[in-house]
Design a protein around this ligand. Structure first.
Ligand code: AMP
Ligand code: GLY
Length: 424
């Protein structure tokens, strides 16, 4: 069968890598992909957000199944465009994608269906928002309503910082329409973790747990990024917490969607804060996480394409997960996340290919003649397996020694937050 993967990053490379191992696959296409994905799939030169052109391409080319990586095409309505033409595509439709596309929608949905989350208010007027922040005080979190590539949430330690952020969002409209409206919410204390499930109507299947590292620098310092590294599973979500997440979050989401008459088929990612009172939702994403998808998919056993297809068709599937650990370190460009420098030649990739238990996914790379060069903020994901988390971490960091590009930087402490929960 012919499969199309939509997206350009490390998550999409991991999806393509899993799909490419399926005996069901005859041809893999990717729009647009990156230098790593083009080694296993054919490049389709259409932007992921040009949803009509993608649907037209898929129809003409006889694509049997499409898997969408990033949120932007989903929020844009790629699923609706494909389904109008009778094409099979895995991802939520435009209406369902509002769970990520509008923070205000997601928050009111959570309130209505009693899904644990931070208390909040929504504002479009700067003066009113300022007044509110002055009244409730800091720390407080200001979030742009719409999509802002992971940069639309600002944790403000002081009232001044909150007002400055409100000014940037509401007055200066730094994210355009996406920041015309803001959500201001209570600061939650605890440890973050990611919980991703696949949903098809009433059914859901949990994927392995994981933890991202959103801040740029070691020790969770510096600005928020799209994610600097992840590992799976995470001991932050123990069995009891997982049961609560299913009952109090996932099942209430499914019930709520049904009640609203919204059909959901696709991945749903709950970004969680595990607080003293239990798990609370920081955000929903309507897709796999990046970089969480990389270690998660590394641990899923068997034919992932078949699993997805069966699940898409409404069949019951059983997901087998290996009991090892996987860890992923993001190698980023100088200047990321504000202004990444690109076009740097990447050296050493060929050594990593030979390493056992090491997998490299490309994120922002492209080909330039005989070279592979950086083309984005997050450039490579160096991932490794281990029988313990420590082993996975050591392998990944050992592999990183062999690769370099000018200005390359990465966090040295991926996985460290888990060690306090582990005996070894
Ligand atoms: P979001 O895009 O909503 O996931 O927010 C990005 C990051 O900001 C999260 O991963 C958290 O680290 C932090 N954050 C967001 N909301 C809150 C909150 N209510 N309390 C504490 N930290 C938060
Ligand atoms: N790693 C965070 C995200 O994918 O949104």
């Amino acid at each position: 069968m012919k499969v199309l993967v939509v997206g350009n990053g490390g998550r999409e490379h991991a999806i393509a890598w899993k799909v490419s191992q399926s005996p069901l696959l005859s041809e893999l296409y990717v729009a647009k992909g990156n230098a790593g994905i083009w080694e296993i799939g054919k490049k389709v030169n259409i932007s992921p957000t040009d949803v009509e052109s993608l649907a037209e391409f898929a129809e003409k080319e006889g694509i049997d199944f499409t898997i969408v990586g990033p949120e932007a095409p989903l929020v844009e309505g790629i699923v609706d465009a494909f389904e109008k033409r009778g094409l099979k595509i895995f991802g939520p439709n435009k209406e369902a994608s509002k769970l990520e596309g509008s923070k205000a929608f997601a928050k009111s949905f959570m309130k209505k269906y009693n899904i644990p989350t931070a208390r909040y208010e929504v504002f479009t007027d700067f003066e009113k928002a300022k007044e509110y922040v002055e009244k409730v005080g800091a720390p407080i979190v200001v979030k742009a309503d719409g999509l802002a590539a992971g940069k639309g949430a600002v944790v403000c330690e002081t009232v001044e910082k909150a007002i400055e952020t409100l000014d940037l969002f509401l007055n200066k409209k730094v994210f355009g329409k996406a920041s015309e409206k803001v959500v201001i919410e209570e600061f939650l204390e605890g440890e973050e973790a990611s919980y991703i499930v696949m949903i098809n109507g009433d059914k859901y299947v949990p994927l392995p747990t994981s933890q991202d590292h959103k801040r740029l620098l070691d020790g969770d310092r510096g600005p928020n990024t799209g994610g600097m590294g992840a590992y799976s599973p995470t001991p932050v979500i123990d069995r009891e917490t997982e049961e609560r997440i299913k009952r109090e979050i996932v099942e209430r989401v499914i019930e709520g969607l049904k009640n609203e008459g919204i059909y959901y088929r696709g991945f749903l990612y709950a970004g969680l804060m595990i607080t003293k009172e239990g798990p609370k939702v920081l955000e929903f994403n309507v897709r796999l996480g990046d970089p969480e998808a990389q270690p998660i998919l590394m641990r899923i056993k068997g034919d992932f394409l078949k699993l997805l297809l069966d699940f898409y068709e409404g069949k019951d599937i059983s997901l087998e997960v290996s009991d090892n650990w996987a860890l992923c370190v993001v190698l980023a460009s100088k200047g990321y996340p504000q202004k990444p420098e690109t076009g740097k030649i990447i050296h050493g990739l060929k050594y990593l290919k030979k390493m056992e238990d090491v997998v490299v996914f490309h994120a922002g790379t492209k080909r330039e003649g005989e070279f592979i060069v950086s083309s984005g903020g997050r450039v490579l994901n160096v991932c490794a397996y281990g029988n313990t988390l420590k082993e996975a971490k050591e392998r990944a960091y050992e592999a990183i020694k062999y690769v370099c590009f000018e200005g390359m930087h990465y966090r040295k402490d991926i996985g460290d937050k888990a060690f306090k929960y582990l005996k070894e």
